[in-house]
Design a protein around this ligand. Structure first.
Ligand code: SF4
Ligand code: MG
Length: 324
C-alpha cells in the first residue's frame, strides 16, 4: 500500500477553545488509484492532507494521535531529515490558487527549471529542456515560447496545468490535489480533471483529490471518502456511492447536485450548517441536520461499519438509507 492514514487526530488551539479538526480518520491510497475526499469546508479534508504533507507540524495545529504510513514507514516517526526528503520528492501537492503558489516575478520556465537544478543537479540548459518537456506533457501550447512567460500571462486553467507540471517534476509517487479546479469555470474544470487522471495513470501514481464538489469527481475517482466534522462518514467505490448512498449526508449532497436531465426540479439543500469544531454535537455529529435522526443518534457515535464490499458507513441506520 502506498499510503495508509490510521486513526489520525488533529487539534487546533483557537480563541474559542480546542477545535477538533480531525477525529480518527483512516484511509488508504494505492499506486495507480484515485481517492476523492469529499466534504464541506471545515470537514477536516484539507487538514488531513496538510498532516500528510507535514505542513501542520507547527502550532496552533497539532497531531494528537495516529499514524501516516507512506510506503510502509510512519512519517510521524521518521527522523526529520528523512521525512523532509520523502515529502519533498515523493509526495507533491497541488493547491486551488495557482496564482498565489507561483512566484509572480519569475518566468514559469525558471520556476520549473529550478526543480531540476535544485533537486536533480541538472545544468541550467538541461533543466530548461525538461521544463519545456513538462509544459508539453500538461498540454500547454507552444511550450518552447511560453516557458519565458510569467504566471500572470496565463489563463487560470493554464496556470493550474503549470501547477500540475511542477507537481510532476520530481516524479512523485503520490499527488495530493486540494480543490485543484474550484477556481476554474466548468469546462476548464473538466479538462484539468481529465488531464490529472490521465497523468496519474501514465505515471502510475496515487492521487488524493480533495473537493467539496461531488459533481467533479465521478469520472476520475476510484473511491470516495465523505468527511463530516473531522470523521469519515461514508466510503465506497465511486459508482456505488452515486447509485446507492449509505449515509443520509451523502444522500443530501447527491440530491443537491444540479442535473441537466432534471432541469426545473427544485434542488434539495441540506439544512443548517456544519458544526463548530470546538463544540461538535454528541452522538452522530450530523444529527442536528439529519432528516432520519432518532434518539440513539443524539447519544451514540456511529462507528464506520462495513456496509457491503469495500464500503463503510458511519450511520446507525445505513441499511435504511441504502434501501431508501
Ligand atoms: Fe442521521 Fe442518525 Fe445516521 Fe447520524 S446516525 S446520519 S443522525 S440517522
Ligand atoms: Mg480546504
Amino acid at each position: 500500500m502506498l499510503l495508509e492514514v490510521r486513526d489520525l487526530h488533529v487539534e487546533f488551539r483557537t480563541r474559542d477553545g480546542i477545535a477538533h479538526a480531525v477525529n480518527g480518520v483512516s484511509y488508504e491510497v494505492d499506486a495507480g488509484r484515485t481517492l476523492a475526499v469529499l466534504g464541506e469546508s471545515g470537514s477536516g479534508k484539507s487538514v488531513t492532507a496538510q498532516a500528510i504533507m507535514g505542513i501542520l507540524d507547527m502550532p496552533p495545529g497539532r497531531i494528537t494521535g495516529g499514524e501516516i504510513l507512506f510506503q510502509g514507514r510512519d512519517l510521524l516517526k521518521l527522523p526529520e531529515e528523512e521525512r523532509r526528503t520523502v515529502r519533498g520528492a515523493k509526495i507533491a501537492m497541488i493547491f486551488q490558487d495557482a496564482l498565489s503558489s507561483l512566484n509572480p516575478v519569475l518566468t514559469v520556465g525558471d520556476q520549473l527549471a529550478e526543480m531540476f537544478t535544485v533537486h536533480r543537479g541538472l545544468s541550467r540548459r538541461e533543466a530548461r529542456a525538461r521544463a519545456v518537456e513538462l509544459m508539453d506533457r500538461v498540454r500547454i501550447p507552444a511550450p518552447a515560447q511560453r516557458v519565458r512567460d510569467y504566471p500572470h500571462q496565463f489563463s487560470g486553467g493554464m496556470r493550474q496545468r503549470i501547477m500540475i507540471a511542477m507537481a510532476l517534476a520530481l516524479e512523485p509517487d503520490l499527488i495530493i490535489a486540494d480543490e485543484p479546479t474550484t477556481a476554474l469555470d466548468v469546462t476548464v474544470q473538466a479538462q484539468v480533471m481529465d488531464l490529472l487522471a490521465e497523468l496519474r495513470r501514465e505515471f502510475d501514481m496515487g492521487l488524493i483529490l480533495i473537493t467539496h464538489d461531488l459533481g467533479v469527481v465521478a469520472d476520475v475517482a476510484d473511491e470516495i471518502a465523505v468527511m463530516y466534522a473531522g470523521r469519515i462518514v461514508e466510503r465506497a467505490p465511486v459508482h456505488e456511492l452515486y447509485k446507492r448512498p449509505a449515509h443520509p449526508y451523502t444522500r443530501g449532497l447527491l440530491e443537491s447536485i444540479p442535473r441537466l436531465d432534471q432541469k426545473g426540479r427544485e434542488l434539495y439543500a441540506i439544512k443548517g450548517l456544519p458544526p463548530n469544531l470546538t463544540r461538535i454535537p454528541a452522538g452522530c455529529a450530523f444529527h442536528p441536520r439529519c432528516p432520519m435522526a432518532r434518539d440513539v443518534c443524539r447519544t451514540d457515535v456511529p462507528p464506520l461499519d462495513e456496509a457491503g464490499a469495500r464500503r463503510g458507513s458511519a450511520c446507525h441506520f445505513w441499511r435504511e438509507c441504502l434501501d431508501a
